[in-house]
Design a binder for this molecule. Structure first.
Ligand code: ADP
Ligand code: MG
Length: 402
């Protein structure tokens, strides 16, 4: 068990400088924040700290500027949006390179003030987990709070490195409210799930997720597989997948997972196919053994929608990661929307429904059921790693609760 911010005495926080790693890796559109879910998710931690009189120094990455100050990855628009959400000013510190200057700006903060430093990935030492860089960030404050669940699976200077550096100078490193909430939902669902427990996997990142299929099969009563991931299983079953997205290297693995899973592993029985991926395409419904030629599988079919929905509605615990099709385009969204609605229906009757993954979260919003599901995780990769039983460096590095 790790310490969290609620284990820190509120009165101790007053006047202290607290370094907080948040995950503000949000999509930008023409210099504005296009989706602020990750910002709103961090507000409880920021309000707790600021309200207690702490001086709050925020660190985050945005995109992959690869160690250089690439202007399109600046956090400046994020600082603006955050100020709107907090209803008060956020001091943006527009650089990272001159450590003495950053420290001087931080020293000017007053109690309760919030500051955001420029993108951590403007420095090459961030992803290299450079101890010197971690120590310079740790030097800015007296407590480290990691609230960046979305990067908890990475050991970077501003996550695991900073936690270690803070502890090396006698300080503590604790989980923020968002981190704690994410773990509560994901670990509760995993450790002691109410049954039936259904897992749903989909999406495009086949190689990144096929490894978790095995771990999930050991825990769930049924594992529903859709999206492009299902295509590799179709190959393993000897079906033609036409021109669909598949991962030939993983066919043997898919075959052995089918043996391991038996009846618990449930694949689509039909699919939507098209030869052209566009938003005015009119896909055809075919049985899973009826795909050929230029056909691209773009969604689960109507029979599968009904089959999957029925399993989901009868479940008490549901974990979902990855859409059932190319849901960004209207003609291929129906399968994903049907699954989102089924999860929401199950939650309405008291089931625990947890959604992991950026695209799955967007799909739940698109289906208009975001506020009916139990929890939408801010971390795709991190939640998948956790489900697979891997330890998360961002979490492991925190102070133990004694
Ligand atoms: P998440 O972000 O929820 O973890 P992924 O990033 O793994 O999910 O995958 C999401 C992407 O998978 C979406 O952009 C979607 O268009 C794509 N996808 C889903 N099904 C298919 C398919 N059958 N063929 C190609 N792409 C697909
Ligand atoms: Mg994704």
């Amino acid at each position: 068990m790790k310490k969290s911010i609620t284990d820190i005495d509120r009165s101790w926080l007053s006047g202290r400088t607290v370094v907080v790693r948040v995950d503000f890796n949000v999509p930008l559109d023409e210099g504005r924040v296009a989706d602020d879910h990750r910002l709103t998710a961090s507000i409880p931690t920021l309000e707790l700290l600021s309200g207690a009189g702490a001086r709050v120094v925020l660190l985050s990455h945005l995109g992959r500027p690869d160690g250089e100050a690439v202007p399109e990855f600046s956090l400046a628009p994020v600082a603006e949006r955050l100020a709107e959400l907090l209803g008060g000013p956020v001091r943006f510190i527009p650089e990272q390179h001159d450590a003495a200057n950053v420290a001087a700006e931080v020293a000017e903060l007053v109690d309760g003030q919030v500051a955001l430093l420029e993108n951590t990935r403007y420095l090459p030492g961030e992803t290299a987990n450079d101890p010197g860089l971690a120590a310079s960030w740790a030097g800015l404050g007296e407590l480290f709070v990691n609230d960046a669940f979305g990067v908890a699976h990475r050991a970077h200077a501003s996550t695991a490195g900073l936690a270690e550096a803070m502890m090396a100078k006698g300080g503590e490193a604790v989980a923020g409210l968002l981190m704690a909430k994410e773990l509560r939902y994901l670990e509760d669902a995993l450790k002691n799930p109410a049954r039936p427990f259904t897992g749903i996997l989909g999406g495009a990142k086949i190689s990144g997720k096929i490894g978790v299929v095995s771990a999930m099969l050991g825990r769930v009563d049924q594992l529903l597989i859709g999206g492009a991931m299902a295509n590799t299983f179709f190959l393993a079953m000897g079906f033609d997948t036409g021109s669909s997205l598949v991962e030939e290297d993983s066919v043997d693995l898919a075959r052995s997972l089918m043996e391991q899973g038996g009846d618990r592993l449930v694949l689509p029985v039909d699919c939507l196919v098209t030869d052209e991926i566009s938003d005015d395409a009119v896909p055809r419904t075919v049985a899973r053994d009826g795909v050929s030629g230029d056909d691209k599988i773009v969604d689960i079919g109507p029979e599968t929608r009904a089959l999957f929905s029925e399993v989901i509605r009868a479940s008490q615990t549901i974990l979902w990661n990855g859409p059932m099709g190319i849901f960004e385009l209207d003609p291929f969204a129906e399968g994903t929307v049907a699954i989102a609605r089924a999860v929401a229906d199950a939650c309405d009757r008291g089931a625990l429904g947890v959604i992991g993954g950026g695209d799955s979260g967007a799909a739940v919003d698109r289906a208009g059921v975001g506020d009916r599901v139990s929890h939408v995780s801010t971390g795709g990769g991190a939640s998948i790693k956790l489900l697979a039983g891997a330890s998360l460096p961002g979490l492991e590095s925190l102070t133990d609760k004694v």
